[in-house]
Each structure stands twice: as C-alpha cells, then as structure tokens.
Design a protein around this ligand. Structure first.
Ligand code: NOJ
Length: 750
C-alpha cells in the first residue's frame, strides 16, 4: 500500500473516532463518571426504573400499583423518573423525598404526555401539520413547554414522529401525517420548540421521539397490531423523521409496542443499538413504552419478566416505563452474568446526561415555582399563540362558486350540528391536563361576527361518558332533531353544518373500521341538502374521513380538525373571511376504507397503466385516487406557477427555480411543494416524493421567484445496506400547490 493511502486511512479512522466521541460527549462527562463511580448496582438500576404516579394512568393498570412500595423505592434512590406526576406541589413533594432522603440525592425526571399543550390546547398534531408552517409549529411546542415546565415537568413524551398511511389508526391524530420529508421537518420544529436553544432554561423541557419504530404501520390500522414492513419502507419512510430528531438533538426516544419483522421494537438491537446508538450516535436515552418490556412475554419473545428485562436491556432499552422488569430483575441478571454491567453503566450515563443537561443537579426544584405555575397556565399569550396555530391548521377542501367566505353582513344563517356548540370535543384526544369544556365552540366564535344566525342542534350524535377514558357512545337510531333541522334549513340563506368525529374517537386505542361521518350525521346532511344546497360543511375530525358523497354534493367544505382551546374563533375567522386559509393536507383522504393504506408516494408496480382488460393495478369498484390528495388545500385567492427551471451543478447539487403569482383579489399564503421522481434505482423509488416546500405570503397580483437547492439528502435514498446514495440517471421534478399537479422538468444526474 502506498504510504499516502495509509496516511489517508489512518486520518479517516481518527476523524471517525474523534467525531464519534465528540457526539457521545457533553460538558458533563467527568461529573457523570464521578457520580457513576459512587453508585451501587442497585442505585444504577434504580435510575433505569420509571414509575407511574399514584393518581393518573395512561395505560392498563399495573398489578403492582402499590404506592407504599413506590415510596420506599423513591427513598432508596431506586427510581429515576416518574410519569403522570404533575403540578408544582406534587412534583416538589416527590423531588424533595428523593433529593433529601436517598443516599445520593439524584433528582428525578418528571415525564408527561404533553402532546398538544398542557392547559391551553393547541390543535391536535395532525392539524398543526396541515399548516406546513414550521415556525408556527415550533412556537406551539414552546407554548406547551412553557406551561409544562411551570407545573414541575421536565420531560414530554412528544413528538410522535410515526409516519402513517392508514386513517383507521386512531393515533394518526398525534403525528405529522403520511410523508417522511414533511414529517422530518415537523419533528425538528417540535423538538426545537420543546427543548429551545438552552435545555437548562426554566421554560424548556426534554423531548421524546416516539415510537421507535414503525408503530404507525400497524396492520389494518388496528392499534398495537403487528407490523410487517420491508427494509425499503423502514429505511426510506419510517426512519427519516427519527433520524431528523437525532439531528435536532432530541434528548430521548421511546420504544414502540409492535414487532418488526418478528422482533419486538423494545427488544430490537438492530434498531436501538446498531442504528440509533451506533450509526446515528444518539447520546440520549431510550425509554420503553408503557409496559412494553413486560409485553415482550405476551409477544412470545421472552419467557417471563426476567427474560424480558434481559432482552430489553441488552437490545438497548435504557429505562423501563412501569413494567417493573428492571427494578425486579436487572441487579440479579448482572450478578448471574446475563447482563454486562457495562450495559447498565451506559444506560445510566445516558439518563444522568439528560438530568445534567436539564440543570437538575444545580437546582432540582427549578420547575417548582408556584407563582410561575399560576401565571403561566392559561396565559393570554398562549391563547393568542394557539389561535394563530389553529387558523393556520384549517384546510379549505372545496369552495364552489366562492361560496366562502361569508359576508359579515350575511343574513339568515342556520347553524346545524351537535358539534357546533360542543366545548369539549374540539380539545381533541391526548389532552390530559386540560379542563373539560373549555374550548371556544363554533357558536361562540360566530357570536363575534353575526347575530343573525339560528342554531339547531339536530340529533344528538355523541355522548361523551366523561369517565376516565372518555368512552364515546354514538347515536345511530334516535332521529329526533332531523326534521327540526330540515325545517330550519328550508328558509335559510346559508346553512353551516358542523359535523365530524368526537374528539375522543381518535387517539390511542381508538382505531375505526369505518371512516364516514359517524351516527346519524350522513342522514342529517342528506336530509338538509334535499331542501337547501347552500351548505358550508365545517368538519371536525382527528383523521382523514371518507368524504366521497360530501365532495360530490356539498359546495363548500372546511377541514377544521380538532383545533384546541381557540377552535371556534379560528373557524369563525376563516368562515367570515378575516383569515384566508392556507392549510394543505398532510394525509390523503380516501374514497373508501377498502383503499387503505393509501398514500401519494406509492411505487409504480409493474402494471401501473390502465389496460382495456382487467390486468392492471386497480379496484373493480373504486378509483385508485383519493377524494382529496396529500398536499391539497384551497385559498380565497388563486396562485399560478410559471418558469420552472432546473440547473444541475457540480457535485450533484441541483437548483430548481419557479415563479409563483397571486392571481386573485386578496392576499394569501401558498405552500409551494416540490416533488421528485428518481426513475430507475437499485431499489425502486416512489412515483413522487416531497423533497422541498416553502410557505410564502403574496399580495394580489404579486409574484415571487423561489429557488430550492437539492443535494444528496433530497436526491438520494437509503439502499439495501442502509447507506444514503445518489444513483445516476433520470429524475423528474414537479413543483406546484398539491401532490397531484404542477410544472414538471426532467434532468439527469451523471
Ligand atoms: C402509551 C403510549 O403509547 C405512549 O405514547 C405514551 O407516552 C405512554 N403510554 C405514556 O402515557
């Protein structure tokens, strides 16, 4: 070997080692090592143990919910973190117990599902994703962090970055939708919002990228179900948002409940060790999901809880949420030689690192200021922030003959629908600390605009039993109310119908097999349509619905999701034209459940094109296309795209330029979307993939020329060996306001 080659190799190895160590280091390493050296094995294992609080649960109740045992363990320093303990008083009490009574006084982490707000609720995450507005999403997460940190919390189990293509899965409400590029940008924005630029500040908290990995690919959209995907999908669709989370310096990861290719994610060393900790150099820690270590036995992967502890820790799960597997068995497993103490040390160092970075060793009570708790919760700035977010989250799905916006002088409006005066449902699912019935309802929002409306409830569709789990019952039989609604609609100039899902019909454990408007709502809508076609349909839902009939008949449709505390104000501002909607769908809306999973970035198949006979990829009874595609969303103005040009530069950097003009009469925001097709590759590439977007505001008749720069990250894909590669060949770029149409140009990478 030539001497210069040898030198190159040595330099490369050195650079790799230095870089690897640099990633694993923080300024606290010597303090972490010193503390670790003082810890007994039991105390180390204790750091890896997380207990649920004594009053709230967000999973099946454990057999071993014995509060006095937990107190004993806290005092011994055998607990590293608590979940579902919140409020300054409660947090202070437990932190004091641990800091003052345990031998080493290592402060606790307090984790909670702050998913879209603590007290003040922002829109559900799927709705926020429809804004494609990263600054607004970041701001929304920072509001949540401000309130959460004011009640003693220092860790949120968010963001959920699971990609999902199946609207039957109730947890789509919690994520960024079906696309990995959009999902990655949103993951980053949320993490920046929660963690800020200084994790030790009193109003920032550690974030958690979950659920690692592929939980959103549960078969048939049934929560907790089996996942069976290939590496092409895993590497190119599922992992990118997690990778983006690591790049954004997320402090923690959470396991998923599911198996992947036969191996439960919680015991999956390929995912946790090889990819996350080695390839990505993640230096935070991995918490299990609720009892997911215990569930290794139910999966048939572990023989019992002890074996589950062994498999999970060896795979790289650092903290045990509520399964009690680690606290019961890890010490002994080390003594038996089944778990290497070095593995425990690594996990503990990761957990301590986050505690140091949060500044808990400087002041364990830094989040426990009762004054701040009072002033931060429900702060008017938080309400203002979530109102802005809510407006940006609304998607105008259809607007025939510009029925919307309604004039503020509009007379004789009839508002129909159970959800129109609902103050609870718009808060959505996953809002554990919010106060029930505190959302601004649609009617309250309308009050600020019009006194000339009548409200007719129609049939009562939803009954939220308001028990701990908010089981919703749906009326499908008692038609009382339909005729009254029809009578009122007959003489109305405009009918606004507020229909959709109840806020607790989506979320964890809330999968559906039907995605139409539940209960009597379709019948109500059709009956009203028979007497008055001037309908504005305002939808509230936590997932895509099958709106085929609605799209064919109803002239104006507004997707308002579950928009949180300020819901009604945001909806009213859009309906009466004080805010021009700019949201774009982050998930495809199917025509029928039979099409699921449905996603725009699908592969070509070998038989993509229509043939005169049946032998091509299609259904006999339904189109292939969705009702509303990914990226779809209208505005009260119109935009035109011109002058698409592509410049392929050196080192595979491609500049794509386009000019966008507001051709309508009002100012508006547009999300300019760039899609790419890599025509031939060593693993097949989707027919199109989002690889860039920008949101801009344009005054009427104004234009802006934008340039997107594409490099390896955008042009490449992960090959069979999980390497990011750009393969030479032909590409087509499409730029437009939706995934289904735009200007196109082809180019070659040599
Ligand atoms: C189970 C859920 O899957 C997870 O997302 C959540 O953070 C935990 N429960 C804790 O509540």
């Amino acid at each position: 070997m030539k001497i210069e080659n040898l030198v190159k190799i040595i330099l490369l190895i050195l650079a790799f080692t230095i870089n690897k160590n640099a990633m694993a280091q923080s300024k606290y390493e010597s303090q972490i090592d010193a503390l670790l050296a003082k810890m007994t094995l039991e105390e180390k294992v204790g750091q890896m143990n997380q207990y649920n609080g004594f009053w709230d649960v967000t999973g099946p109740l454990p057999e071993n919910g014995d509060a006095s045992l937990k107190y004993e363990h806290l005092k011994k320093g055998w607990v590293g973190s608590m979940l579902n303990v919140h409020g300054v008083e409660q947090v202070r009490e437990l932190q004091k117990l641990v800091v003052e009574e345990s031998r080493l006084g290592i402060p606790l982490l307090f984790g909670f599902d702050v998913i879209h707000g603590y007290k003040v609720q922002a829109p559900i995450p799927l709705a926020e994703s429809a804004s494609w507005d990263l600054d607004a999403i970041q701001k929304s997460a920072s509001i949540a962090a401000d309130e959460a940190s004011a009640v003693g919390l220092n860790w949120t189990f968010a963001p959920m970055v699971d990609i999902s293509r199946d609207a039957r899965w109730g947890r789509v409400m919690e994520g960024g939708g079906e696309d990995p590029f959009l999902g990655s940008k949103i993951a980053e924005a949320r993490i920046k919002g929660f963690q800020g630029t200084d994790l030790s500040a009193p109003n920032t908290i550690a974030a958690c990228a979950k659920h690692f990995a592929a939980y959103g690919f549960a078969e048939a959209g049934k929560d907790y179900n089996t996942v069976d995907i290939g590496t092409n999908t895993l590497y190119n669709m599922v992992l990118p948002p997690f990778k983006a989370a690591v790049n954004a310096d997320v402090k923690t990861f959470m396991n998923a409940f599911n198996i992947i290719n036969g191996v439960p994610a919680t015991g999956n060393s390929m995912l946790l060790q090889t990819i996350l900790k080695e390839k990505w150099n993640f230096n935070g820690f991995v918490v299990s999901d609720w009892d997911s270590i215990g569930e290794l036995a139910a999966h048939g992967f572990a023989t019992d809880l002890e074996n589950a502890a062994q498999l999970a820790v060896n795979a790289g799960s650092d903290m045990d949420m509520q399964a009690t597997a680690y606290i019961k068995h890890l010490t002994n497993l080390v003594k038996l030689g089944k778990v290497d103490e070095a593995k425990i040390d690594d996990a503990v160092k990761r957990i301590l690192r986050v505690k140091f970075e949060l500044g808990l060793f400087d002041d364990p009570f830094k989040y426990c200021n009762p004054e701040r708790e009072k002033t931060s919760l429900n702060h008017k700035d938080h309400h203002q922030g979530v109102l802005e977010m809510a407006k940006k989250s609304i998607v105008l799905l259809k607007n025939e003959n510009n029925l919307l916006p309604l004039s503020k002088q509009q007379k004789n409006i009839v508002v129909i629908g159970d959800l129109a005066d609902d103050k609870n449902s718009p808060l959505g699912s996953w809002r554990l600390a919010s106060d029930d019935n505190t959302a601004i309802s649609v009617l309250e929002g309308f009050n600020a605009y019009s006194t000339d409306y009548t409200f007719v409830q129609g049939p009562k569709v939803f009954d939220d039993n308001s028990d701990f789990l908010h089981h919703v019952t749906i009326n499908s039989t008692d038609k009382t109310g339909i005729s009254e609604a029809v009578e009122a609609a007959k003489n109305a100039e405009i009918v606004v119908m507020v229909l959709g899902e109840h806020g607790f019909m989506s979320g964890e454990g809330r999968s559906r097999t039907k995605l139409d408007l539940p209960g009597l709502q379709p019948e109500l809508l059709k009956a009203v349509y028979e007497v008055n076609k001037n309908i504005v349909l305002v939808l509230m839902n936590g997932r895509p619905l099958t709106l085929t009939w609605e799209d064919e008949h109803i002239p104006a449709i507004v997707e308002a999701w579950q928009l949180g505390s300020q819901s009604g104000n945001a909806i009213a501002q859009v309906v009466f034209g004080d805010y021009n909607p700019s949201g774009k769908l982050p998930m495809s809306f199917p025509r029928s459940v039979g099409q699921l999973p449905l996603y725009y970035n699908h592969y070509s198949t070998g038989r993509p094109d229509k043939k005169p006979i049946v032998f091509w990829t299609h259904y006999a009874d339904e189109k292939n296309s969705p009702v509303y595609p990914f990226g779809h969303g209208l505005s009260y103005t119109t935009f035109e795209y011109n002058d698409l040009s592509v410049k392929v530069g050196d080192s595979d950097v491609v500049d794509v330029t386009v000019t966008v003009t507001n051709t309508g009469n009002v100012a508006g925001e547009e999300v300019i979307q760039l899609y790419l097709r890599d025509h031939v590759a060593s693993v097949v590439r989707p027919v199109k993939e989002l690889k860039g977007f920008k949101k801009i505001m344009l005054e009427p008749k104004n234009s802006e020329t934008l340039t997107f720069t594409l490099s390896t990250e955008e042009l490449g894909f992960y090959n069979q060996d999980y390497n990011l590669v750009v393969e030479p060949g032909q590409f087509t770029v499409m730029v437009g306001g939706c995934s289904t149409n735009g200007l196109t140009k082809s180019f070659k990478i040599k």
